[in-house]
Design a protein around this ligand. Sequence first.
Ligand SMILES: [Zn+2]
Length: 290
Amino acid sequence: MNILSEDGKSVISLKSWEEVFERPGFKRGVNPTEVKLKRIIGKYDFSDENHCGLSSCNTSHKKGYLVVCSSNIETNIGHKCGKKHFGVDFNELERTFRKDINVRNARENIQRRIGELEFIRERVNRMYKPEGLELFCRVRNLRESKEGITGALRVKLERRAKSGDEKVYDSVKASEADIVLEEEKRGRELTDNEKELLTVSLPVGIIYGVRAFNTYSVIKDILHDDMPSLLDELDQLDTSMLSDTQLIDWSKRLNGIDKNLLAAQDAIEDCKRFLVDSNIKFIKQYEQLI
Ligand SMILES: [Zn+2]
């Protein structure tokens, strides 16, 4: 169980019932009609059972809350007892506790990221220059120069990039064997006209890294436009000035870093596969089938 400190900025970890009982101010046999609850300071889920701290209950349980009552007595309350004995007030305290924990986790997450700042910055730089930038420029030029991939072919490739469909098929006239298969499927003989019109799809090849045709821009968006400014902002960040909501928002924003770096890395790998000469030659050669 992690216990929040009074200011909500740090936690104390309690690993067993013994550590709970040893806390100064901890008492059992508390009469719920004589005390008021002040705060929930921890939530536990131990592997063994122990008695509820409320005198009117005393039931054994594994899950519950560590609470501070009026006159600063601490006790433990089973997870169902709080609502039973203290009703709406307990719900409110639990909501506050959950929010405090979220804010504390957010603060910790931000501190961790600040600690990793230089490492992330280096990683971004290494990914962007020279390789990422070069790949970005090469795909962009391919899409924009006259000798590149433009017009209808560009539209077709964009569609494939979106779906990720790399396989290219050609439609050819059905062979005798194909006709036999088709007749088995339909359970009857084909007419001469049907045989004449029957075609089958044959794989011609693969457009490697086709997604790169669209995702190449992600390389610049993430590694040049978004990440450096985010990291600069983080560098200047003073968490003590942030409100609870701002802390949670910042934490969420920073959680996007790994996902974004992965997306940039994927785009780089796709560009490398896509830009191979034989791949581009294949695309131009089979333009009609794409
Ligand atoms: Zn109880």
